[in-house]
Write a protein that binds this ligand. Structure first.
Ligand code: ZN
Length: 255
């Protein structure tokens, strides 16, 4: 199955698309298409990236056809705008995907949005709209088309997440497409699991004692039973016997 990736905007003369928070849409759509391509290939899809020196919108509005031979799905990348939250209000405006009103199912698109939501983007849903030139052109040729507005370029919360999780977003899009087309989706790798656990332990360690245990925690520190580090961290069996020994319950007290 062949998928065509189109980066929105750009071309000559250059159409930057929207700008905001230090980002230019036409630059980011190219980065995202380039990042998603190898991840889709990993799932066994044949992937083509549309000529990144051209603007597909200008091409189709000039009456020229896009290279759709053998293509069964098109993803067109964009960044949304008009959130006008350049300072950041603490919540994302989020992601949405446009498909043609005549599109049968939207399972692929929902699978993508579900994963973007898991990364922290508000899910604005799949929307049916026939006013986009490239989408209309592709659908008229019998090929399904998804126009992804990954997030809002003029929302500081969206773009902070976008910056920090760029490659996770590319993964989320590829995983959503794979799930939507019935592929077995990648499980977490061992490296990802270790990184996740390290982050989890660090967050646990950074927490102070709970209110209900604060008194006992302080008393245990005063009595030299614990060093007071990481009150909500997990305890191993050897830590347990050391603490029992410091209480004088196990053999001789060693310091
Ligand atoms: Zn755009």
């Amino acid at each position: 199955m062949k998928i065509l990736l189109i980066a929105g905007h750009g071309g000559t003369p250059y159409d930057s698309g929207a700008v905001g928070c230090g980002y230019t849409e036409a630059v980011e759509t190219r980065r995202m298409a380039t990042a998603v391509a190898p991840k889709l290939k990993k799932y066994g899809f044949a992937v083509e990236i549309y000529d990144q020196s051209r603007d597909a919108y200008k091409v189709v509005t000039q009456g020229v056809s896009l290279p759709l031979s053998g293509v069964s799905y098109v993803i067109e990348f964009h960044l949304n705008s008009a959130a006008n939250d350049r300072k950041g209000n603490g919540r994302t405006t989020g992601s949405e995907i446009f498909v043609h009103p005549s599109e049968d199912g939207v399972g692929v698109e929902q699978a993508i949005l579900k994963r973007l939501y898991a990364l922290g983007f508000t899910n604005r849903g799949v929307k049916r709209n026939s006013s986009f030139a490239v989408l209309r052109h592709v659908k008229r040729r019998g090929v399904s088309h998804a126009l992804i507005e990954t997030c809002f370029i003029d929302d500081a919360d969206d773009m902070k997440l976008y910056k920090n999780k760029f490659y996770e977003i590319a993964d989320a899009i590829a995983d959503g497409v794979a799930e939507g087309f019935g592929r077995e989706v990648d499980k977490m790798s061992y490296e990802q699991f270790c990184a996740f656990m390290a982050r989890y332990e660090k967050e646990r360690a950074a927490k102070g004692p709970s209110a209900w245990a604060a008194g006992a925690w302080q008393a245990a520190q005063d009595a030299d039973i614990t060093d007071g580090i990481s009150p909500q961290g997990a305890m191993t069996r050897e830590m347990c016997v050391m603490m029992l020994q410091r209480c004088g319950l196990v053999g001789r007290k060693e310091r």
